[in-house]
Design a protein around this ligand. Sequence first.
Ligand SMILES: [Cu+2]
Length: 118
Amino acid sequence: MRNKFINAILAIVIMVIGTAYKPPTKATVYFKVSGTCEMCKERIEHALDVKGVKTAIWNVKSQQVMVIYNPRKLEEIQLHNLVAIAGHDTEKVKASEQAYADLPECCLYRSGAKCTDH
Ligand SMILES: [Cu+2]
């Protein structure tokens, strides 16, 4: 009898905690993205300009992108995929040969290309 009562209370407590818990709507991640220049910056940031992403800033010097996004709408791996589809390797997802080959010549970061004219 007593056990049943305790079990019922426990079940209610677990339910309340379960419904009260909601994942946050804002998270910030940093990850490495390969690129060479301001054109790459635009391409990378544009690739991340999707629903669920609030801010995306890529730094050519550090090769790091900072993304502020809504984890209820997107998973972190999707951010990597979006960048890879645009032709840029991330620390988790490699761009396909085709996506990479579509980049302008000076953006071919795998060959050690460096943009000097822009
Ligand atoms: Cu570039």
